[in-house]
Design a protein around this ligand. Structure first.
Ligand SMILES: [Zn+2]
Length: 399
């Protein structure tokens, strides 16, 4: 076995090794890494400990894989706090929207922001997530809604991955909302297909859409997905959040990495996802903020063996949340996910939702050495506590 440059020993491991039951707990255990990759994770190996250049005593702390936030709209201009206040003061949403509020306000502020400004305003949000042990994050465009603004968002997202020690996956979400002033949505879809997607040139790792009565129709999404696949880009979908347009089944038909939200998904959609290996990404922050009452079909997803991931959905309107630990708590409290499901949902399953499961999301040999080390005595504390800061250390690529 390779001589490690660094080991973490005297630890309790939740390896998330798919070959082990539950969280793949090993205690006491150790993790050994070389050049940023895990070479060993398991029970104490005296020889590796002796050989390591650097030995870190974890004093019995828990180590999990670094957390993965697999669905965010982290980069945008402005904020919508004033609207939040107006709604609480009794101003109807309709009136706010008529006055140019809602998503249109974010689009306006985003279009007026430079790439530097977008990076600067997103950094505090990213830092908050990193303080929760996040080592990989997905960031979507979707507030530009014209080619230049969408691409500026994606470039800003890529730059965040250079500003901080974190893996960033970018997703093109031009089909997020109707662009301001657009009267023919099919024409905009044409523009996405002929003008946006072919020019991405590596700027996006995947293509997403919002399939909903108030957004894009299944037929429009299907055209975009067909074009994306023609360019070799994987797809994912905001599906069945407010109504059942059979978005989950549509996503599965295109072997989508994930279908997200899913409050209104039916049995057929779940069966299609199970068949296609599409991950269900649950977004309890949006459910909470919108005060939704219809729960996603957790029991049916569980029974069908659909992998469930949990994410913040960090965005300025419907989920202004920058804590993945809080998202886990909401998934447990609102959706009744178990502690094991919550932790798997922000590690191994979240990695799968990004197509990164060969690289991260579990403590197994050959994976990136992305770790979160926690000052808790029981892993359930990570899910139960509200507002706690239990992270002891965050390791990205071995450092
Ligand atoms: Zn979203």
């Amino acid at each position: 076995m390779t001589q490690p440059d660094r080991v973490w020993f005297n630890a309790r491991l939740a390896t998330l090794d798919p070959a082990l039951p539950g969280l793949g707990v090993v205690e006491p255990g150790m993790v050994a890494a070389k050049d940023g990759r895990i070479v060993y994770a398991g029970p104490l190996e005296e020889r590796l400990l002796r050989q390591a250049t650097e030995r870190i005593d974890c004093n019995g702390r828990w180590i999990t894989p670094g957390l993965i936030d697999c669905h965010t709209h982290l980069v945008y201009g402005g904020n919508r706090a004033r609207e939040f206040e107006q709604r609480l003061d009794g101003v109807p949403y309709e009136a706010i929207a008529r006055a140019g509020g809602g998503i249109a306000a974010t689009v306006r502020a985003t279009r007026n922001a430079s790439e530097d400004q977008l990076v600067a305003s997103a950094l505090p949000r990213l830092d908050a997530l990193l303080a929760d042990g996040v080592t990989s994050i997905e960031i979507k465009s979707g507030y530009g809604l014209d080619r230049d603004s969408e691409f500026r968002l994606l470039r800003a997202a890529r730059r965040l991955g250079q500003e901080r020690r974190v893996t960033v996956r970018t997703t093109y979400l031009g089909a997020h909302a109707t662009p301001p002033g657009c009267t023919n949505l099919d024409r905009y879809v044409d523009e996405i297909i002929t003008d946006h997607l072919p020019a991405l040139n590596g700027l996006a790792d995947a293509v997403d859409g919002f399939c909903e009565g108030i957004a894009f129709s299944p037929a429009q999404i299907e055209r975009i997905f067909t074009a994306a696949q023609g360019l070799g880009l994987p797809v994912k979908l905001h599906a069945d959040q407010l109504s059942n347009l059979h978005g989950a089944a549509l996503a599965a038909r295109f072997q989508a990495l994930s279908a997200d939200h899913l409050e209104c998904t039916d049995e057929a959609g779940i069966a299609a996802m199970a068949q296609a290996g599409t991950v269900a990404v649950l977004l309890p922050g949006a459910f909470y903020t919108l005060r939704e009452t219809r729960l996603p079909p957790i029991a049916a997803l569980r029974q069908a063996g659909v992998p469930m991931a949990i994410s913040t959905d960090c965005n300025p309107g419907t989920s202004p949340m920058t804590s993945l630990l809080l998202a886990m708590n909401m998934a447990a409290t609102l959706f009744r996910l178990t502690v094991t499901e919550c932790l798997t949902g922000v590690t191994r399953h979240a990695a799968q939702a990004l197509g990164l499961h060969h690289d991260t999301g579990s403590l197994t040999a050959d994976k990136a050495c992305d770790l979160a080390i926690w000052s808790v005595t029981d892993l359930a504390e990570l899910v139960q506590a509200l507002g706690a800061r239990p992270l002891f250390a965050r390791i990205w690529r071995g450092q």
